[in-house]
Design a protein around this ligand. Structure first.
Ligand SMILES: [Zn+2]
Length: 285
C-alpha cells in the first residue's frame, strides 16, 4: 500500500475562483451521464460541502473551453430552469432533448428523477494526523477523506483540534481520530466524530464496520488514494499519457482499464494490487 505522498494538495473550501477550482468543476461536469442533469448547487456541494459556491460554479462552467466534450449543457438551475449556455440557450435545450431530457419550455420535467447527484449517501471524513493510512484506505473504498495534515499547519495543538472541528462542521464530515481529547471536544460541540482505539489500519477499518458506520466494502475506482481528488477513466487515444509513467505495466496498455487522477497525475489500474486489497477486505469480519 502506498503511503501518503508529499505532493498532496488539500481540498479546502474554495469560494473564490482559482484555476484548480475551475478544473475540479469541469472534471465533475464530465461525470454527469447522458440523460441526466445536475445543478450548479450540486456541484458546489460536492466540491466544497456547501451550496454557497453555486455562483462560482456557474462562472467556472461558463468558461468551459470544450462545450460538448465537457457536457456543461447538463448543468441547470436548482429550480429546473435550464439556465445559461455559452452556445445559446436554444442549443442547450436542443442538446438536452437529443439526450432524452424532457423539457417544457425552459424547464426540466421530472426534475427529481432526472437529477444526477454526486457521491450520494457516501460518508465523507476528515482524519487526524495519526490516521494517514486509514485515509488512504477510505479513499480506495470511495470515501471522500481529508487528512488533517493537508488542511492545518499546526501539529497536536489545541488550535488544530478546533480547526478540524470547524472544518468537519462546515463540510458535514465525520471526524475520525486517535485522540480522546479531540473526540470529547467534538462531541461537546455536536460534531460527528468517532474515536479509533487501535493502531493497525485493518483493525481500524474493522472498528468502523463494527460500529455500523456505513463504509463501502469494496474498492471503487472513483477517488485518488493519494490526493482525494476524483479519478477518471483513461479514454482510447490517451494511451501516451500512460507510457509516460514508469510504473505503469506497458504490456497491459490497451488491455486493462486505467484511471488517472487529473490533480496529481497518479494512474490506477485493475491488477494484482487491487485483488490483494479486495482479499484483505474480505478477511475482515
Ligand atoms: Zn491524485
Amino acid at each position: 500500500m502506498m503511503g501518503l505522498s508529499r505532493h498532496q494538495r488539500s481540498e479546502k473550501p474554495v469560494l473564490n475562483m482559482s484555476k484548480n477550482f475551475r478544473e475540479d468543476v469541469l472534471n465533475l461536469v464530465k461525470q454527469i451521464p447522458r440523460g441526466k442533469i445536475t445543478t450548479y448547487g450540486e456541484i458546489a456541494r460536492e466540491l466544497t460541502g456547501s451550496v454557497r459556491a453555486a455562483r462560482a460554479v456557474g462562472q467556472a462552467v461558463a468558461r468551459n473551453p470544450y462545450p460538448i466534450q465537457i457536457p456543461c449543457h447538463r448543468v441547470v438551475r436548482s429550480n429546473g430552469d435550464v439556465g445559461g449556455y455559452g452556445l445559446g440557450v436554444d442549443t442547450k435545450i436542443r442538446l438536452l432533448r437529443e439526450e432524452g431530457i424532457e423539457l417544457k419550455g425552459r424547464k426540466v420535467v421530472n426534475f427529481e428523477e432526472t437529477l444526477f447527484r454526486f457521491n450520494e449517501e457516501t460518508l465523507r471524513f476528515v482524519t487526524d494526523r495519526m490516521l494517514g493510512k486509514l485515509s488512504t484506505w477510505l479513499r480506495i473504498l470511495g470515501h471522500d477523506t481529508i487528512y488533517a495534515g493537508d488542511i492545518t499547519s499546526k501539529k497536536g495543538a489545541e488550535d488544530e483540534d478546533n480547526a478540524l472541528i470547524a472544518f468537519a462542521e462546515h463540510e458535514a464530515r465525520m471526524i475520525l481520530t486517535r485522540d480522546k481529547n479531540l473526540a470529547a471536544l467534538a462531541k461537546r460541540k455536536g460534531v460527528q466524530c468517532r474515536y479509533i482505539t487501535t493502531d493497525e489500519v485493518m483493525e481500524q477499518l474493522k472498528e468502523l464496520y463494527h460500529h455500523n458506520i456505513s463504509i463501502n466494502r469494496k474498492p471503487l475506482a472513483v477517488r485518488c488514494s493519494e490526493c482525494n481528488a476524483r479519478i477518471r477513466k483513461v479514454e482510447k487515444g490517451e494511451e501516451d499519457m500512460l507510457r509516460e509513467k514508469s510504473y505503469v505495466p506497458t504490456s497491459m496498455i490497451g488491455t486493462w482499464d486505467f484511471w488517472i487522477c487529473e490533480r496529481c497525475g497518479r494512474v490506477y489500474w485493475e491488477g494484482s494490487h487491487w485483488r490483494g486489497m479486495r482479499e484483505r477486505l474480505r478477511q475482515l469480519k
